[in-house]
Design a protein around this ligand. Sequence first.
Ligand SMILES: [Zn+2]
Length: 331
Amino acid sequence: MDPTFQFQHYLLKSQSLGIYLDIQSRSTRNMSPPKVWTQPGWQEYLSARNAGLPYLPAVAKLSTEVVRILGGNPGNMQLQGTNTYLVGSGQKRILIDTGQGCPIWLTTLVNYLDQHQLSISQVLLTHWHTDHTGGLPALLAQYPHLVAAVHKAHPDRGQHSIRDGQTFTAQGTTLRALFTPGHSQDHMCFILEESGAMFTGDNVLGHGGSVVVEDLGPYMKSLQVMTQGVRNEEITVGYPGHGAVIDDLPAKLIVWSRHWEMREKKVLSAFIGANTKTRASLTTRDIIASLYGPEMEAMAGPFISQVLSKLADEGKVGLAVAGQEKKWFML
Ligand SMILES: [Zn+2]
């Protein structure tokens, strides 16, 4: 049992839970961040986790080229709030992400820019989730010159696209885009070329072990792309979309990749009983019960469903539907 589940197991002893067994369909994956976290068990787990998070100041100068401004939206999923970053060392800076739209974020940003006589030249968005793009309308109202300077991998009307490898410069500072879909279909990381750091968006966070992603297959490939990137560029520092600065990004990438690989192996192992020639056909509930115990359905359901979807995409498992029952089998 991995440590996350052990903790959840402890929390679950004292309460009964609703059941989450649905497989996320392709169409719902693209709609909004998953709703699975509203499960009572997860709510309690996330609250307990967040109570132990380190304090982060509203504004922090992290290096000569990077200033972090918190979005003002702390929450179960947002940790201390969404991180937004001003990047560059000259008068003109690049802004990465815009928070959720909390007024305090814009006030803090404007004050910082005024105090240091700085301006924003370009806005880069790591992905479309509203806790990263929600501050955009207010930002553009404040600084209309930025209307023509917003970049996102899959651009909205009036925005520019970002392609893999594209560079953005601000007075001596260069950011290079790294297309890393999975958490969302349009997810981009950015490599800070001068000082060997990576803005990781929501692919790897400053705290915690794992996230629910929109599409696990591409997400795991993206973790590999990031790992290759940090190796090639000798990057150690990660600036995540939520949480504190990551001091050892290569190590964290390995931990997160292994975490999902282990889950995948575990799910496959559930199909193979004592007699390896007999491959069982199992409901998601059966799989969770055999791996973690029946009381873990609600907590483990989202993760196991993601793994099963990935395995189905790869042709390793199939799904048979008989009446109300969906059963998985190995291919
Ligand atoms: Zn986020």
